[in-house]
Design a protein around this ligand. Structure first.
Ligand SMILES: Cc1cc2nc3c(=O)[nH]c(=O)nc-3n(C[C@H](O)[C@H](O)[C@H](O)COP(=O)(O)OP(=O)(O)OC[C@H]3O[C@@H](n4cnc5c(N)ncnc54)[C@H](O)[C@@H]3O)c2cc1C
Length: 381
């Protein structure tokens, strides 16, 4: 067992950190206020390999490991969790689904432009009446000759408006339950596909989120992704890996909040001392850094197992649950340490506090993670 990062991993962290500090930090507040997804950043992210972090070089990817992926997402989230969420959804949901289940021809056609950053990915599972209960989806896919016809809508889709390539789950056989759900690749601009309402969000406002509507949207039969009827089963596998990314996002976000709190504790004075000299503040900082390290270890363990090709349903859910919940606590303490300045936009504390809540909701709520963990434990007994 070796807990040290390799030289390459240390360099990767420094590189992504420097990128985030220079290219993102000066714009964080502006993007948040304007709810602006910085498409202008995508080419620069792509130059670092961050649009295709874990995909093979033959498809334009950077062929990094799952632990490397965590490092990248952490460092983006430390500065702007909204941008990190977008990069996680593009890499860890849309492109990952294609990478895992597409044919070689589909990968050449769809994964290569995604991994090179030429195109932006979206992934549609959630609907207005089915989130946690994803199998209760209503969107249908009906076979019509050499086409599939999609009807329905998807809710809360990251890059629903700005995405170029979307993986969509739909019911292809109503009688077959979860085995009647299939996945499809749909390109932006296909007649019958349109973006609906853009969500006005509490946090993660630099990440585009909207509804996507399908009205008699005809796509060629070769845009079925994976086997017919395997869309839901495949989705669970995509989420096993995706949740490691959200755990890393929560770790990076908590790290950013902790660093902001530490810096403030060293500079703010009360009763003739810096507030960092008060034990009440010291304990918050000590607890924060301990929780973050524990969450990071759980996250890296899940990533390490994924890199070994093992199933990580349990470990991914544990990492996502723990990292997101401690991140909520760390950002809460960060606001508290800032006092009144934690409540205003001149300091980063309030934004971390708003952004963090998504990590206990997206890619499965905390309640669903507990359910997944308990199911795995009971299945073993
Ligand atoms: C910013 C943002 C980005 C997103 N991006 C995407 C995306 O790109 N693609 C996509 O497909 N989805 C996306 N989502 C959707 C997200 O995954 C869902 O919101 C999430 O899974 C929860 O579903 P829901 O909102 O329908 O909540 P519900 O499922 O309605 O849950 C409501 C509450 O009930 C609880 N609950 C539900 N079932 C149970 C149960 N069995 N036991 C105990 N408690 C339960 C939940 O934990 C929660 O507290 C995004 C959401 C947001 C906010």
């Amino acid at each position: 067992m070796d807990f040290r990062p390799t030289e390459e991993q240390a360099l990767l962290r420094r590189t992504v950190r420097e990128f985030a500090e220079i290219e993102m930090r000066p714009h964080v507040r502006e993007w948040d206020e304007a709810q602006h997804f910085p498409t202008e950043l995508v080419t620069k992210l792509a130059a670092l390999g961050l649009m295709g972090i874990q995909f093979a070089e033959q498809y334009g990817g950077a062929a990094m490991s799952s632990i490397d992926y965590c490092i990248c997402i952490e460092e983006l989230a430390r500065v702007d969790p909204g941008v990190a969420l977008s990069i996680a959804a593009h890499n860890g949901l849309c492109a990952a689904h294609i990478n895992l289940f597409a044919s070689d021809a589909q990968k050449q056609k769809y994964l290569t432009p995604l991994a090179s950053g030429e195109k932006l990915g979206a992934w549609g599972l959630t609907e207005s009446t089915s989130g946690s209960d994803a199998a209760g989806m209503r969107t249908t896919a009906t076979r019509a000759g050499q086409c599939w016809v999609l009807n329905g809508s998807k809710t809360f889709i990251t890059h629903g408006r700005v995405g170029d390539t979307m993986v969509v789950m739909a019911v292809s056989d109503r009688t077959a339950g979860t085995k009647g759900i299939s996945a499809f690749i749909v390109e932006h601009g296909t007649p019958g596909m349109s973006a609906g309402k853009k969500e006005d969000k509490l946090g993660m406002r630099a990440s585009d989120t909207s509804e996507v509507i399908f009205e008699n949207c005809r796509i060629p039969a070769e845009q079925l992704l994976g086997e017919e009827g395997q869309g839901f089963v495949n989705t669970m596998q995509v989420l096993d890996a995706g949740r490691i990314g959200i755990a890393a996002l929560a770790v990076g976000l908590a790290q950013g909040a902790y660093e902001a709190a530490l810096a403030y504790a060293k500079e703010r004075k009360a009763f003739g001392k810096t507030i960092g000299q008060f034990q009440a503040i010291q304990w918050k900082l000590a607890d924060a850094v301990t929780r973050i390290e524990a969450a990071r270890l759980l996250t890296y363990r899940a990533a390490y197992l994924k890199d070994r090709g093992e199933r990580t349903t349990l470990e991914s859910a544990m990492a996502k649950l723990y990292a997101s919940e401690i991140a909520v606590k760390v950002t809460d303490d960060c606001v508290q340490i800032h006092g009144g300045y934690g409540f205003v936009k001149d300091y980063p504390a309030e934004k971390y506090f708003r952004d963090v809540k998504l990590t206990t909701i997206g890619e499965g709520t905390s309640e669903i993670q507990r359910l997944v963990i308990a199911r795995r434990l009971l299945a073993r007994a």
